[in-house]
Structure formats: C-alpha cells, structure tokens
Design a binder for this molecule. Structure first.
Ligand code: ADP
Ligand code: MG
Ligand code: MG
Length: 256
C-alpha cells in the first residue's frame, strides 16, 4: 500500500533575474491518493492543474513556498527528480517534450534503468517493449525515432502511457492524457491505464477537462480544482454535474 499525501501545498514559478516577481499559482492544495484509487481533477484552464503535476514531479521551474508532499511518509519535496521516479512517482505530461537525437528505444531503456536500479537484460527488455507497444497499438518503428519528434498528439500520449506500462510507478499523475485523442486512441490509451491499475494496483491522479475519458477510466473521487486549490470533492457523479453546469459556482469572487 502506497500513500501520497499533499498538505497545504503552495507554489509559484521560480523567480529568475529576468523575472524576479512571481505570484502564487498553488494556493493550499490538500489531496491524498492511495494505491488502487483513481482521483480525477477537473478545473478550468489556468487554474494550476499542470503546475500541481509538475510540482509533484519536481520540475525546477516551480518553487514550493509552503506545505508538504510525502510518499509513504518520505519527504518528496527534498528528493531530486530522479529520486522521485525511483520512489515510484510518474508524470505523464500534458505537453510531452521532444528530444531530438535520442531514440525512443534508448530513452525508454535509460528511464527503466534509472527506475529499476539496473539495466534490464537486453533480450528480455526487447520483448517487454514489443509487447507493451503492441498493447497500445503503437507501431514498433517508433522505437527508432527521436523521442516525440514529429509525433502526432495521439502518438505522444501513447508514448506517455508506454512509459507508464514499462516503469510501473506506484502513483501516476496523468495530465490531460485525453487531450488531442480521437475516440479509438482514447480507448487504447484508457485501456493501458486500466491495465496499469489492475496489474500494479497503482494510484492514479487523472487531470482532465472532459468527462469523456471518465467513461473509460472510472474515478473513485472527483475534485474540482479552481484558483490553485481543491474547491470541492465528490464521487463520480460530480463530473456529470461539472459537465452540465460548469465551474461557475466554484469560482472565488476574484475569479468569477
Ligand atoms: P492548468 O494546467 O490548470 O491550465 P497551469 O498550471 O498550466 O494551469 O497554469 C496556471 C497559471 O500559472 C497560468 O496562469 C499560467 O500562465 C501560470 N504559469 C504556469 N507555469 C508558468 C511558467 N512556467 N511561467 C509563467 N507562468 C506560468
Ligand atoms: Mg494544464
Ligand atoms: Mg503489459
């Protein structure tokens, strides 16, 4: 059993010499995710959902100004990015990064080596990747292409879920994995997430704009995320209410 606990988390864009003035984006986030649970976060554009995902993963662009994040009691905020991955945290990014000159095969093997603590045996690894790609209807030819370079939106998202399958984290943060997917890709990607859930009993934080993906990946809990914090939480029915009525009643006066 793994538990990720986020308490009173506040964060802003890290100040730089060029931009010394930054404002708080996360304004006191409270959230607890356990193995086997799926939490959906829904909220308007610009409310800080991706910032929350990046802060959990340890992106250097953001500076935590208060609160705590712990994984089974260990202080996540003190860990380097690679330590967080080894501890079992995973982020599927909303806008996956292109890495020209690095093949997808090499990237995946390097990531697996870092997370597992040793390089996977080559013959076994090749089979593992082949199966995982086939499960995601992902053409094996992508192995030899540079990471995400020239990938379509759907191919980038498939590549994120391929990593999920291969790295087997304890807690996975999926940031708008549904955006830009057609119905077939959405189904394939959702099935990948559900396999991860069933096989690894992973905890999932699913950030989304749309209830469409929640028809494939059933959330236990839905959180409304507005203005840098969780404004309300409920069961799966809350997603339908949001779809019907929008976020208006959750907006604070300053944002309404
Ligand atoms: P969401 O994912 O909910 O759409 P984001 O976390 O991407 O929201 O952004 C929240 C707010 O923080 C936005 O106003 C955005 O412009 C700002 N922001 C996020 N990252 C940065 C950054 N690196 N530099 C400047 N502003 C940022
Ligand atoms: Mg976002
Ligand atoms: Mg598999």
């Amino acid at each position: 059993m793994t538990i990720l606990e986020i308490k009173d988390l506040t964060a802003r864009v890290a100040a730089t010499e060029d931009a010394p003035e930054t404002v708080e984006i996360l304004k006191g986030v409270n959230l607890t995710i356990e193995s086997g649970q799926t939490h959906a976060i829904m909220g308007p554009n610009g409310s800080g959902k991706s910032t929350l995902a990046y802060v959990i993963a340890g992106h250097p662009k953001y500076e935590v100004t208060g609160g705590t994040v712990t994984l089974d009691g260990e202080n996540v905020l003190e860990m380097e990015v690679d330590e967080r991955a080894r501890a079992g945290l995973f982020l599927a990014m909303q806008y996956p990064t292109e890495i020209p000159g690095v093949s997808t095969a090499n990237f995946l093997r390097t990531a697996a080596t870092a997370v597992r603590g040793e390089a996977p045996k080559l013959r076994h690894w090749v089979k593992e990747v082949k199966e995982a790609m086939s499960d995601l209807d992902f053409d094996p030819a992508f192995s030899e292409r540079s990471v995400n370079e020239g990938f379509s939106g759907g191919e980038k998202k498939r590549h994120e879920i391929l990593q999920l399958d291969l790295l087997k984290p304890k807690i996975a943060v999926l940031d708008e994995t549904d955006s830009g997917l057609d119905v077939d890709a959405l189904r394939v990607v959702s099935e990948g997430v559900n396999r991860y859930k069933a096989e690894e009993n992973g905890g999932i934080l699913l950030i989304t704009h749309y209830t469409r993906i929640l028809q494939y990946i059933k959330p236990d809990t839905v959180h409304v995320f507005v203005d840098g914090r969780v404004a309300a939480s409920g069961g799966a029915e809350l997603a339908d209410e949001l779809e019907a009525n929008g976020y208006e009643k959750y907006l604070t006066p300053a944002n309404a």
